[in-house]
Design a protein around this ligand. Structure first.
Ligand code: IMP
Ligand code: MG
Length: 183
């Protein structure tokens, strides 16, 4: 294994199965109704692409937003929408797609924003979650992986922009954590 990693927490195979399940659930739930998938950049770029391709519904649209809240491996609590959706969500089904839920602050704020905009339904799909870190409750509507309180990278997730391109999710070592801060 790469020396920067302590452990692989979620394998490529596990994520593939999860994505397939989520796609099937979305098709079963919404049929051919219009659904707007909203990925949170940058972290969810991989998961959003995979989930979108697992959906057969022809009336699915993909949007991205950037909600900035995370600095140097620690959550600051403040959430800003830096890039917004192009497609109006009023009266539409929205599914927010996220890489990880940590404190829950980002998703709570983003979900409320789409509710306020008059979306017909707003659901959340997150690849993984750290329940031990939760500050704000967030309902997760699709299968997710519960992981321990570790800094993880891969499958879109980064540590100071490193390792987003891995096809699996790994916990980083203490050494890499310290090294990563000096940049
Ligand atoms: P929250 O608002 O505290 O739930 O923060 C969620 C955001 O923090 C996610 O979208 C990630 O960008 C980031 N995040 C939380 N934990 C990790 C991690 O272990 N690795 C990389 N990014 C993380
Ligand atoms: Mg993120």
């Amino acid at each position: 294994m790469n020396k920067d990693f302590k452990e692989i927490l979620i394998t490529e195979e596990q994520i593939k199965n999860q994505v397939k399940q989520i796609g099937e659930m979305i098709d079963a739930k919404y049929g051919n109704e219009e659904v707007v998938i909203v990925g949170l950049l940058k972290g969810s770029y991989v998961f959003t692409a995979d989930v979108a391709r697992a959906i057969k519904n022809p009336n699915v649209f993909v949007e991205f937003i950037v909600a900035s809240s995370y600095k140097n491996g620690d959550s600051t609590g403040e959430v800003r929408i830096v890039l917004d959706t192009k497609r109006p969500v009023y009266g539409k089904h929205v599914i927010i797609v996220e890489d990880i839920i940590d404190t829950g602050r980002t998703l709570a704020k983003v979900k409320q924003m789409f509710v306020n905009r008059g979306a017909k339904t707003v659901e959340i799909a997150t690849m993984c979650t750290k329940p031990a870190r939760r500050v704000v409750h967030v309902t997760i509507d699709y299968p997710t992986f519960e992981i321990p309180d570790e800094i993880v990278v891969g499958y879109g997730l980064d540590y100071n922009e490193h390792y987003r391109h891995l096809p699996y999710v790994a916990a980083i070592t203490e050494e890499f954590f310290k090294k990563g801060l000096i940049k």
